[in-house]
Ligand binder design. Structure first.
Ligand code: SAM
Ligand code: 2KA
Ligand code: SF4
Ligand code: MG
Length: 255
């Protein structure tokens, strides 16, 4: 399931853009999107399938991608990141990047690493404590995960809390939590999640679900009401800094 120390990794795409989510919105980043995921979120906007080649957009915003054969070696990825200048950080995302922790652990790049994770694999998270400077950790609400059964629901929550404890904010690492809020989100579950990880994070981001596909044309189809999200923010502000930030990259069409 996980890449070993020496194996290269299957990568979906590598590009340079700006962070579209959370408190670092607008910061210039290189993105490394690893293939594969261990979850199946109802709202997922990403095709993390394992293609034979990695789409590499060498010139930011050009829309011109080269096909780099998968799996990609550590050395090859490091060279693919070379052309991207003035970066705030390199976003390691997916799919689920924790599935590739052994690969990430070996990366040797000058820019700080920004881990974009579903926070469900504590033993993998433990490997990255020393080399990620930013943790954008989702708290995946059980009701948003397809096929989750009651027995695994508790373990899922425990694993998530353990990941936040392992990667919690420190003098050398920022860690914040994103929670996607959709029409079916149970506010009590959000509050449970926030109470469990509030001391591990610098802030909580309530991220309204972005409608996908045909739902885009039916406003309100998947989103929670503004009133619901604002009420949740008021409650969570009793615990920690809580912000409401939508996916901004969807608004202006960057990758
Ligand atoms: C595609 S995921 C990849 C990283 C990791 N697997 C995770 O879920 O955190 C990156 C981010 O996109 C968010 N996301 C995916 N689909 C979304 C949607 N339809 N609306 C809002 N956020 C979405 C996820 O919640 C996560 O914060
Ligand atoms: N611009 C931009 N910002 C992002 N923040 C999180 C993303 C993700 O898919 O991991 C993402 C993404 O795909 N694009
Ligand atoms: S964990 Fe992330 S990549 Fe995986 S299904 Fe959920 S949103 Fe998509
Ligand atoms: Mg994305």
């Amino acid at each position: 399931m996980f890449s070993s120390n020496h194996e290269p990794a299957n990568i979906k795409e590598v590009f340079c853009s700006v962070q579209g989510e959370g408190p670092y919105v607008g910061m210039r980043q290189a993105f490394v999107r690893f293939s594969g995921c261990n979850l199946n979120c109802s709202y997922c906007d990403t095709n993390f399938g394992n293609p034979g080649t990695c789409d590499y957009e060498r010139v930011e915003g050009s829309g011109i991608s080269e096909k780099v054969p998968n799996p990609v070696s550590i050395e090859k990825l490091e060279s693919m990141l070379q052309p991207f200048k003035k970066l705030h950080s390199v976003s390691l995302t997916g799919g689920e990047p924790l599935l590739h922790a052994d690969f990430i652990e070996k990366l040797n790049i000058s820019a700080p690493l920004y881990l974009e994770s579903n926070m469900t694999l504590p033993e993998q998270a433990r490997k990255l404590r020393k080399n990620v400077a930013y943790v954008a950790g989702d708290f995946k609400l059980p009701e948003a995960i397809r096929d989750i059964c009651p027995e695994t629901r508790e373990v899922h929550v425990e694993n998530t809390i353990e990941c936040f404890r392992l990667l919690k904010k420190s003098s050398s690492r920022d860690c914040f939590c994103k929670i996607v809020i959709g029409k079916n989100t149970n506010s009590d579950t959000v509050i449970m999640a926030a109470e469990a990880i509030a001391t591990c994070v610098s802030c909580i981001v309530l991220q309204p679900e972005t409608p996908l596909g045909s739902a885009v044309r039916t406003p309100g189809f998947t989103q929670a009401s503004v009133q619901t999200i604002l009420k949740l923010q008021k409650t969570l502000l009793e615990l920690t800094d809580t912000r409401i930030i939508p996916q901004t990259h969807r608004m202006w069409g960057c990758l």
